[in-house]
Design a protein around this ligand. Structure first.
Ligand code: MN
Length: 469
């Protein structure tokens, strides 16, 4: 009988400001990668919405058939599409999706008959093809991919839904030209763009020793198939491999977010042995939970999760395809006191840095324009990182109440240390304008009594270069 052991990693890469990829690994063998697209935070929202909806729908399915995964992917599409319609900021967002799950195949006729006797023989012959047992279903939309590595051979199971793939299929360009084609990022299918979407479904018979790779284009665009094959051929736990794959993509440029899920098909008996060897003499190690805990996807996780917990998952896998019983699997010493100490320090350092940036970003005010009204904002003009300025005080003063020579500074945002200073600045602006108009036209009456000047002689105030304070 077979069991799936997985490892995963996601990384923002070296060029992008944020990670719009999302990965999903559940304890009941559902794996997914989504690569979101859309302005600002919309890409993150799209990919997170997709994997959450996928997990929810698949876990609610009464039976785990290939069709259940297909239906869950359609559900994910609808969830992203509906979310995009709820908020103008999310308009036009979308995401790719690849998902793989353990399912029960529909057994009909000869296949069912074979299964009736097949299970027993299989248990005594673990290295054989797993006919009659669970299958793997793969669904995909977009240009994220699923590969299978079997017997040293790498095979891409999915076919990209992209413009360049269509050109390749059409014989117009080859793989090399596709890699540099100006429209290489343009998808022909994505989740969330329409209320319904065509989802490709592939059924796979897993064999002990198979290694599957789900990835976003940030990996396969950077790393060649040959290099991928050599990495996947290495003897290592899927977690270790996931990290190595991400590192390879970054070494080749890391121009996009990189997300990988590596899934090994292992023998249940061998895995039990590996788990047993883990429980002895835990000198400070934390026992690794088994089976793998949910990384994301039942809806408990509402925030885009870029902090990875994968190292807590699963025992080390035996080497696929090798005689695993002959060698003792390497122990996973992943969570040691030193690691915990390092993580705490990291959290502290990041916390201090974020607080510092927040203090800088939010610790001051500026006077700017909102439509044609002068408005006091808290924050820095244009914002700092994710700290957007917010309205601190509205005023009734409009651009016609101040000198036109001041508008440029107002459009750019005039920094002030406090709300009070900002109010004084606005007051001075209106006073300056009132004085200037009185000088030009003695019959001019200001609309408000606040129009009295805070400046010196009218002649000086009338000069457009008059200092304000
Ligand atoms: Mn991407």
């Amino acid at each position: 009988m077979t069991r799936l052991v997985s490892g995963s990693a996601t990384d923002v890469g070296l060029v992008r400001a944020n990670n719009q990829d999302q990965l999903l690994v559940t304890d009941d063998d559902l794996f997914a990668v989504a690569d979101g697209m859309g302005g600002h935070a919309a890409g993150e929202v799209a990919s997170l919405t997709a994997v959450e909806a996928l997990a929810k729908a698949f876990q609610a399915a009464t039976d785990r058939e290939p069709g259940s995964l297909l239906a869950a992917a359609r559900e994910a599409n609808r969830a992203v599409w509906e979310r995009a319609g709820q908020n103008p900021a999310f308009y036009g967002m979308g995401t790719t999706l690849v998902a793989m799950a353990r399912v029960h195949s529909h057994l009909v006729g000869a296949a069912a008959a074979k299964d009736a006797t097949g299970s027993a023989t299989l248990a005594g012959n673990p290295g054989s093809r797993s006919e009659g047992v669970d299958k793997l279903a793969v669904v995909h939309v977009g240009d994220s991919r699923v590969y299978r590595f079997r017997d040293g051979q790498l095979q891409q199971l999915t076919v990209d839904h992209s413009v360049v793939q269509e050109l390749i299929d059409d014989g117009q360009i080859d793989e090399q030209e596709a890699a540099i084609h100006p429209r290489r990022h343009v998808l022909t299918r994505a989740l969330g763009v329409d209320p319904d979407v065509d989802v490709d479904l592939i059924e796979v018979d897993p064999v002990v020793g198979d290694r599957f790779l789900l990835c976003s284009d940030g990996l396969c665009r950077e790393v060649s198939d040959e290099h991928l094959a050599s990495l996947l051929g290495q003897t290592a736990h899927p977690f270790e491999l996931a990290d190595r794959l991400v590192t390879a993509a970054k070494e080749h440029g890391g121009s996009d977010n990189i997300t990988v899920v590596v899934v090994d098909v292992v023998d249940t008996d061998v895995t039990a042995e590996a788990t047993g060897s883990q429980s002895d003499g835990a000198d400070g190690d934390i026992d690794l939970p088994d089976p793998a805990p949910l990384l994301l996807g039942t809806g408990q996780n509402e925030e885009p999760d870029t902090v990875q917990l994968p190292k807590l998952t699963g025992p080390p896998a035996p080497t696929p395809g090798a005689n695993a019983a002959a060698r003792r699997p390497k122990r996973a010493r992943l969570v040691t006191p030193r690691v915990i100490g390092f993580l705490l320090l990291l959290v502290l350092v990041v916390g201090v840095a974020v607080a510092g940036i927040g203090w800088y970003a939010r610790g001051s005010y500026f006077v700017g324009l909102r439509a044609d009204r002068l408005t006091i904002f808290k924050g820095r003009p244009g914002g700092v990182l994710w700290f957007e300025p917010t309205v601190a005080r509205r005023t009734t003063v409009t651009t016609s109440d101040v000198l036109s020579s001041r508008l440029q500074a107002l459009r750019a945002g005039q920094p002030e240390p406090s709300v009070r200073a900002a109010e004084a600045y606005i007051h001075n602006l209106t006073a300056e304008a009132t004085t200037a108009r009185r000088v030009d036209n003695p019959s001019y009456q200001p609309l408000s009594s606040r129009g009295k000047t805070a400046l010196g002689a009218p002649g000086r105030a009338g000069s457009q270069s008059a200092p304000l304070r």
